[in-house]
Design a protein around this ligand. Structure first.
Ligand SMILES: [Zn+2]
Length: 211
């Protein structure tokens, strides 16, 4: 209620809360609000990523982080979010109209190379946290990781193609994302994948009345 009272000072549809906080973090809830720590080196990334959750109901596409949501289930129901699929029927993927006829489904990518680098970076991150390292050290680690992963993913065979890449929404298997990289997948400066972009545009169209 206090949040709505404060927000009502101006006409609004969406709320982004910037927190005076140096420790990296943020969150976003569809149709409610998004938050981002404003004083980290990756504040802009966090703002845009969390906005994707809040504004367009986008799912996290990452699955190698330490988050505790993964179910480990062998069977996944088709997620409601527009940017993740369980790929039960490769002939009818929800973003199938964007997939080139010659792109294989599932779409191969060098998952192992990505995961090895990701796990190593997370071990370093935990070490820095345990040592009480400064946020600037964390930012440096994230920057190194970003540079390495941007090159690794961008150099893969189907980079830039739309398909179904295994590993999404906290699940290393059974759930798929539409492109090898996206701001919902990594902190890399690649923007939203085309499926995420279309989901965002659909919400904008609902507000602007474009048919
Ligand atoms: Zn995406």
């Amino acid at each position: 209620r206090a949040l709505r009272d404060a927000a009502s000072a101006a006409p609004y549809e969406f709320i982004e809360i910037l927190v005076n906080e140096e420790q990296y973090g943020g969150g976003g809830i569809f149709n409610f609000q998004a938050t981002a720590a404003a004083d980290t080196g990756f504040a802009e990334y966090v703002f845009v990523h969390e906005f994707g959750h809040h504004f367009a109901g986008l799912a996290d596409e990452y699955y190698t982080s330490d988050v505790a949501y993964e179910t480990g289930a062998a069977y996944h129901v088709e997620p409601w979010e527009p940017n993740v699929t369980a790929l039960h029927d490769p002939q009818r993927v929800k973003w199938g109209d964007l997939i080139d006829a010659d792109t294989p489904l599932p779409t191969p990518w060098d998952k192992e190379a990505f995961e090895n680098g990701s796990v190593a970076a997370q071990q370093k991150r935990r070490g820095l946290r345990e040592d009480g390292a400064a946020e600037s050290a964390m930012d440096r680690l994230f920057t190194e990781q970003m540079d390495r992963e941007t090159a690794l993913l961008g150099g893969m065979l189907h980079a830039g193609k739309i398909g179904a890449f295994q590993g999404a929404s906290y699940e290393p298997t059974g759930l798929y994302r539409s492109e090898v990289d996206c701001i919902m997948f990594t902190r890399n400066p690649v923007g939203f994948c085309r499926v995420c972009r279309r989901a965002i545009e659909n919400v904008i169209d609902q507000y602007t009345g474009r048919p």
